[in-house]
Write a protein that binds this ligand. Structure first.
Ligand code: HEC
Length: 141
């Protein structure tokens, strides 16, 4: 009897430890995700600088940087089916921006950048509900 009680206690301890580790892991994942996603702001800043200073190579380089991020974004695997559509649209706007930069065409780049920003806003609006359910958005430490 004593042994079985000790066994139960051990099992509970193990489960608790696993839960703690899983929670810590999830927190680390979230922190890494945030660092990754925040890189989008750096690229956007680069694009804005390229636009206002007419440094066209900055526009294309940063558009390409944003484009590359969309290929490593594991949010694609989310059950939100509209996410992929938003992502594809975002990619196509970025392609237009990239080529407008390459053609040194400020008007086309300005229009494309407007659409890129619209894509940022649209997708964020779509995922907001899911974001709210995530640890970083729920309980902040
Ligand atoms: C196709 C969808 C999509 C598009 C387009 C998109 N994002 Fe995001 N973004 C996300 C998701 C998903 C997250 C992660 C949310 C999370 O994990 O809480 C995120 C996170 C972020 C974060 C981090 C937020 C935080 O809590 O620190 C920033 C900043 C950000 N995005 C900026 C941008 C900018 C700027 C653009 C446009 C240039 C953009 N995003 C376009 C889906 C998108």
């Amino acid at each position: 009897m004593k042994t079985s009680r000790a066994c139960t206690a051990l099992c509970v301890c193990c489960l608790f430890a696993t839960a703690v580790i899983a929670f810590a892991d999830e927190k680390a994942d979230r922190a890494n995700m945030q660092i990754f996603m925040r890189q989008k702001l750096e690229f956007s800043k680069g694009i804005t600088e390229g636009m206002v200073l007419e440094k066209f190579e900055l526009i294309s380089i940063n558009a390409a940087g944003l484009r590359k991020m969309t290929q490593t974004n594991y949010w694609i695997q989310t059950s939100n089916t509209n996410y992929l559509a938003k992502m594809t649209k975002f990619q196509s706007e970025l392609d237009k921006l990239f080529f407008a930069g390459g053609d040194r065409n400020l008007d086309r780049a300005t229009e494309a950048y407007g659409n890129v920003v619209k894509s940022c806003v649209d997708c964020h609006h779509l995922v907001r509900k899911e974001q709210i359910g995530l640890p970083r958005w729920g309980v902040r430490d």
